[in-house]
Every structure is written in C-alpha cells, then in structure tokens.
Ligand binder design. Structure first.
Ligand SMILES: Nc1ncnc2c1ncn2[C@@H]1O[C@H](COP(=O)(O)OP(=O)(O)OP(=O)(O)O)[C@@H](O)[C@H]1O
Length: 320
C-alpha cells in the first residue's frame, strides 16, 4: 500500500475559531494508483494535499494517522517530515509556474536541490537528461532562467524536479487549470507516463475538473465541505455515481479549463456551508434535492459495493 490515511482532521486556526477543512477522512491509495480528488472550491482538497507534505500554521493537525509504504508519516512534525519530503512525498504545487527561483538557472536549481538531499547533479545527470527528454524539454533549458521559459515549460521543469528522487506519493494540485487545453492534455499524459515508468508509485491529482480525471485517474474521491462523500473507480464515479452531490457534479461537467468557482453548479441552489460552524448531519443536506429527516444525522461512509464508498442515507436505505 502506498498511502493509508485514517480519521484525518486538519483545521485552520483563526481568530473566529477553527475552520474544519479536512474533517475525519479515511482512505487508501494503492501502489500504482492515480487517485483524482475533486469537489467544489473550498471543500478541502488543497488542505488535504498540503497537509501531507507541508503542514504549517495556521493549518493545524488535530487527529489521525498517515502511513506511507507501511511506515508512519509524521505530518504533525514539521522538522521530522524533512526526511520524507521529495524522497517519499512530493508536490507539484498549485502555482508551480511561479515556484521557481527567478534568479537561478534551472540546472543550478536542480543541483542545489539534489545536494540538499544527499546526492548531486553529476550523479543524477543521465537521469535528469532522460526525464527532460520524456517531458519534451531540450537540455539547453538547464542553462536558462525561469523567465526564459513559457508557462508550460516551467510546469514541466517543476514536474521533473519534484519527481527526481522517485517519491512514493506525488501530490499534483490543480496543475492543469492555468494551462490551455492541449498543454493540459500533455501534462496529464506525462503524469501517467511518470507513473508507468515507476518514477512515482502513486499520485493524488487534485482538480475542479472531473473531465481531466476521466482521462488519467484510476479512482476518484469526491469531497464536499471537508468530508468525503463518494469514492470509487473512475468509471463508476463518472458512469454510475450514487451520491446526489456527485450526480450533480458529473451532470454539470464544465468545459475543460473552467473552474467551478467561475461556473457555479447549475441546478444546485445555495453554497457549501461555512466550515467554521458546519451543520450537523449531512453537510450537503441544505442543497440536496433528496434530503429528508434522517439527514440531520451524519451519514457514515459505507462500502455499498466492492471499492465503492458512499456517505448518503438515501443510498444506504435505498432498498428499505
Ligand atoms: N489560511 C486559511 N485560514 C483559514 N481558513 C482557510 C485557510 N486556507 C483555506 N481555508 C479554508 O479551508 C477550507 C478548505 O480550503 P481548501 O483551499 O483546502 O479548498 P479547495 O477545495 O482546495 O479549494 P480550491 O479548489 O478553491 O483551492 C475553505 O473553507 C477555506 O476557506
């Protein structure tokens, strides 16, 4: 098993109280699996992914266990995580294109990073050049400054850098949303290629855009207001979703590249609840066309079919 998460709670400490951004999540990601993570803006996707590598204030660890390759991952221990970052868990951040130091040439940047992790550019040179070839970057890029590269090229440089040490888990956070459609496809294909070649064991691919996931993910987890509402194979989530929220999300698939925040879900009045004081029971109930009294109680996440998990009373009680 590449990643295993049990009862994870990650909050933001604010003057008004705790924002319950990730509220009791449990799931597993197998070796070789690309898991898509989708849901409307503000549902906790970035919080989950950031907490697995860079948990710092105002974000706070509240409870839960994380294991990677069957070894505990001390996400609550900022310093203790140093030996796991890049080596075991790596991230292509949301604004990867701006993540490169503008005053350093790409080659120097890679060399510094490798030295910080106990290896060197010369040891890794063959591999670096090989990977540049895979992402269709010329070797000459090593001698360039970030400002000399296009957005898509910078994105690919960051992809190579974050996976050079063959991490077990790669977190990819909205890495395609700022790109044009053909670059989006190329970047998504490269993630699959990296997984196929064993550069990364597993991937959590965060996006607003389920249509991107349909092309690359093996499984999809749908989050709503800090909770997991449904998780299954990609085929099942797209073709046979069971949770009312997933159904609405799938039926209102936006055009590629348009964020849900710019194109609110059609047919679902209202907004997700505030995570400072989330409602009791099902957090989707105020917008759910199927809500009934039972939804005042929190629905458990139930495996309704093998590897198909849903948190909805209507689904659980469908045969009553
Ligand atoms: N620094 C912060 N302080 C307080 N609350 C925060 C902070 N960052 C995020 N939040 C809150 O945590 C919740 C989850 O946010 P998060 O960014 O994880 O959602 P997301 O699903 O990744 O959204 P997006 O797709 O827009 O990035 C939201 O309610 C958000 O307002």
């Amino acid at each position: 098993m590449s990643l295993e998460i049990e009862n994870l709670r990650i909050y933001y400490q604010t003057l008004r109280g705790d924002v319950k951004a990730v509220d009791n999540l449990s799931f597993k990601v197998e070796n070789g699996e690309i898991m898509g993570l989708a849901g409307e803006s503000g549902c906790g996707k970035s919080t989950l992914s950031n907490s697995l590598i860079l948990l710092k204030p105002p974000m706070k660890y509240v409870s839960g266990n994380v294991t990677i390759d069957d070894e505990p991952l001390p996400i609550h221990d900022f310093k203790g995580m140093n030996k796991f970052r890049y080596k075991k868990v790596s991230i292509i951040p949301q604004y990867a294109m701006n993540a490169l130091n503008p005053t350093q040439k790409i080659g120097k940047l890679i060399s510094d990073l490798l030295e910080n992790h106990g290896t060197s550019f010369s040891t890794m040179e063959k591999e670096i050049k090989e990977r540049f070839k895979i992402v269709e970057l010329k070797e000459a890029v090593l001698d360039m400054y970030p400002m000399e590269l296009s957005g898509g090229m910078k994105q690919r440089v960051v992809m190579v850098i974050s996976t050079l040490l063959n991490p077990s888990l790669l977190l990819a956070d909205e890495i395609t949303s700022a790109l044009d459609v053909s670059t989006q496809k190329a970047v998504s294909r490269m993630i699959v290629e990296f997984r196929n070649r064993g550069f990364v064991k597993s991937v959590i691919f965060v996006t607003h855009d389920v249509s991107v996931l349909y092309q690359i993910a093996d499984s999809i987890m749908i989050m709503y207001a800090g909770k997991q509402v449904e998780r299954a194979s990609t085929e099942t989530i797209v073709k046979k979703p069971l949770h009312p929220y997933t159904k609405l999300l799938i039926s209102s698939l936006p055009e590629v590249g348009i964020k849900y925040s710019e194109n609110p879900l059609k047919g679902i009045p209202g907004n997700p609840p505030e995570l400072l004081t989330p409602p009791n029971g099902c957090r989707f109930r105020s917008r759910c066309p199927l809500a009934y009294e039972k939804c005042m109680e929190e629905p458990p996440l139930v495996e309704v079919m093998p590897n198909h998990y849903v948190a909805c009373w209507k689904v659980e009680n469908a045969n009553d």
